[in-house]
Design a protein around this ligand. Structure first.
Ligand code: FAD
Length: 307
């Protein structure tokens, strides 16, 4: 990973002070708790700071990557060059009738809980997804038949020229864990609209979903959720289990013994361990079933060519 030029480092330190760090391990900003360092990790407070950061990166010819909670990514052991920005300080939620505007760094599960508490129906089944609003929009995250785009009205983003743009949902082609039209944009906020519901019923559904997650998922170990997308008409976890791969270990990485769709960091896993296990699972499932599983998680940094 190339070092950050000293002039860029000095500018970031002067502007962000305690809200920037250098060579910080991805163990500290991804839920896999694995991977190499980010050359620079910055936490802008608002749109103006994101715009300033984007301009600074352009001036210095540095790539800028925006992450939410790092719950759907694997960072390579070589780490991330350029600047990585985290959205966690963009944490405002504004309710107005049955509409909500959520800044990108709001925890998705806070949005799911608060809307249920206010009797706004539509995200109760997505309770427990551990990402941010920005990450959920980017991935069209979802669970148990509900997904982010079901309730999305529009997205507010910073374009590559540093201008704030508002994109209606109709301009964003989307499908299962897939969204187009957002490349090169920093998502700042999203607007959602809900149906009216009974708070008690929505909170009961939320409790049911959280209990189902706790029963089925290895929440006691670091992971980034489902490794692969659901293939048409089947479940990746069923295919992996049927291939006899549950519990398979490579270094510190393991196919979860509880949920075969997850790879967990069972202790001291490197990104190479996790990536190697992803490849092995992919190859074994394809050899035994003919199904070529598609990765849901995103690989950031340098990895050997994917099959
Ligand atoms: C235990 C566990 C359970 C999970 N269960 C589910 C589930 O049920 N359903 C599901 O869909 N997912 C699930 N996930 C995966 C993950 O939580 C979701 O994909 C989530 O939406 C990712 O949000 P994030 O903020 O962590 O995004 P990150 O992982 O930080 O980023 C994901 C992508 O979005 C981009 N991005 C994030 N924020 C911005 C922004 N503001 N502007 C521009 N780009 C941005 C990043 O660059 C990256 O490309 C699970 C993960 C774990 C660990």
């Amino acid at each position: 990973m190339p070092e950050l030029p000293s002039a860029a480092r000095a500018e970031l330190e002067a502007r962000f002070g305690a809200f920037c760090s250098f060579n910080e391990s991805a163990r500290n900003f991804t839920t896999y708790r694995a991977g190499g360092p980010a050359a620079a990790l910055v936490k802008p407070a608002d749109a103006a700071e994101f715009a300033w950061l984007a301009a600074c990166c352009r001036r210095h010819g540095l790539p800028l990557l925006t992450l939410g909670r790092g719950s759907n990514v694997l960072v390579s052991d070589a780490g991330l060059g350029g600047v990585t920005a985290l959205t966690e300080r963009l944490d405002r939620l504004d309710f107005s009738g049955n509409a909500v505007k959520a800044q990108a760094g709001v925890l998705w599960d806070d949005l799911a809980r608060l809307t249920a508490e206010k009797g706004l129906a539509g995200f109760e089944k997505t309770s427990g997804i551990p990402g941010s609003v920005g990450g959920a929009v980017r991935m069209n995250a979802g669970a148990f038949g509900q997904e982010t785009f079901d309730r999305l009205v529009s997205v507010e983003a910073l374009d590559p020229a540093g201008k704030i743009v508002v994109l209606p949902k109709s301009g964003l082609p989307h499908g299962y864990r897939r969204v187009g039209g957002l490349d090169g944009l920093i998502l700042l906020a999203a607007a959602f609209k809900f149906e009216a519901g009974s708070a008690a019923a929505l909170l009961a559904e939320r409790d049911r979903v959280l209990a189902a997650r706790a029963a089925k998922q290895p929440l006691d170990l670091p992971s980034a959720g489902s490794v692969f997308k659901r293939p048409p008409g089947d479940y990746a976890s069923r295919l992996i289990d049927a291939a006899g791969l549950k519990g398979l270990r490579l270094g510190g990485a393991q196919v979860s013994a509880r949920h075969a769709g997850f790879i967990v960091n069972a202790g001291g896993a490197t990104a190479a361990d996790i990536y190697g296990l992803m490849r092995k699972v992919h190859a074994e499932v394809e050899a035994r079933t003919g199904v070529s599983l598609e990765l849901e998680q995103l690989l950031l940094g340098e990895f050997p060519e994917n099959d």
